[in-house]
Design a binder for this molecule. Sequence first.
Ligand code: HEC
Ligand code: HEC
Length: 401
Amino acid sequence: MRSLIFIFSFFVAIVIVSCESDDTSTIRNGYNDIYNLPETPYNYSNPSFPNTFTPYVFGFDNTPSDNIISDDGVTLGRVLFYDKKLSSDNTISCASCHKQEFGFSDNTPKSIGVSGEHTFRNSMGFANAGFYAAENFSWDHQAATLEDQILIPITDELEMGITLENLVEKLSNLAYYEPLFINAFGDSQITSTKISKALSQFVRSIYSYNTKYDRGIEITKDIFIDFPNFTTKENLGKDIFNGKLTPGAIGTCITCHLPNSTPLHFDQPIPENANQVIFSGAEPDNIGLDIDLNVEDNGLGVVLNVESFYGHFKTPSLRNIALTAPYMHDGRLETLEDVVEHYSTGVLAHPYLSAHMKNGEGEPRHLNLTPEESEALVAFMKTLTDYELIIDEKFSNPFVN
Ligand code: HEC
Ligand code: HEC
């Protein structure tokens, strides 16, 4: 028996030694007490997009040529995304405000950052951010690229509150980052550029294409035909969203949230490349949430210093919208029902209200939906939820504690 144990231990020792000589698995296995990462990294770099995504995958990808997604790059980005060490007092990670279960948003109007401070705006969810138009990140479009956007919360006093120099120094002293940086970038030297690149890769790798809507469009290939997998109510909501009930009237939801390169109208040919990948166009807009300029946050107008853009904010993606309440740049609307009520009866005559939000007389246009129609529109928006994404382990918190 004793000799058996001896032989067994010997065998175990050999296995350990041979594992150690296999560089990548040694590198990954070194810190099992800290994070739980798979032996071979998950596949992030080669997603199987549905055909309906194809025009976007080839035409609208905002990946810069010097930051192509790699499985090891995203793995590093995932650890960074969930690491509270990225904040000055080790209390806040990106995931504190961007929670997977809430479509990478959170469930409060203003999020809590370092030292309990509240953010200026409502946290934004993301999926398919790799297809957001350039110059189109954050509520006021302040960031031109995802790589730029990523560094803003790190140094923001209300969010993570740490200088990039301090962050680089701090991470350089955390041994568990060494193998991750080597795997991702070929050497262990940590720089803020690499941090931003890896985090951007992680955010970009969060693709969503497993919603009820995606299955429907795959079947009909036409957004204006009833989806056979939808309920009657969801199809009615889709018709309202797509302006089918208000022929001739520009400015239903589709105008801003589902545009494509050519004007979209229900009686036009199949808008194959309508932007159902992100349900948002590149245009910021003013949807009449306020009556005048006398408000705390005037959005894009302040960034551009152009008064006619006051009250203009990013047209947000509607993917996973049912998970990202509360809504709007300041989280003022609690539910999707409240959002629909705004478009139905609540649009205010802001001096710079979008032309798409006005009727023929230049007044705020109210959709005046019946209760059934309002319910249907909400039901439609719920078909944009990707239930697989929000439990997908490869985007989850890798830390053991
Ligand atoms: C304290 C909360 C908080 C933290 C921490 C935080 N964010 Fe954000 N995030 C926000 C808010 C609020 C916005 C909207 C900012 C604005 O428009 O002013 C935002 C916007 C974004 C956007 C833009 C999305 C879009 O649609 O344009 C991305 C991407 C993003 N954050 C990624 C990250 C990453 C990566 C980290 C970690 C480095 C991070 N965030 C940390 C709250 C936070
Ligand atoms: C004129 C362009 C435009 C039209 C038309 C429009 N939207 Fe929006 N939508 C926006 C903008 C811009 C915002 C962000 C406004 C803000 O926060 O100040 C927004 C915000 C939203 C939000 C909240 C998103 C979030 O993350 O908080 C939802 C939901 C929404 N719209 C759904 C709809 C529906 C449904 C319709 C049709 C009834 C519609 N929109 C019509 C531009 C538009």
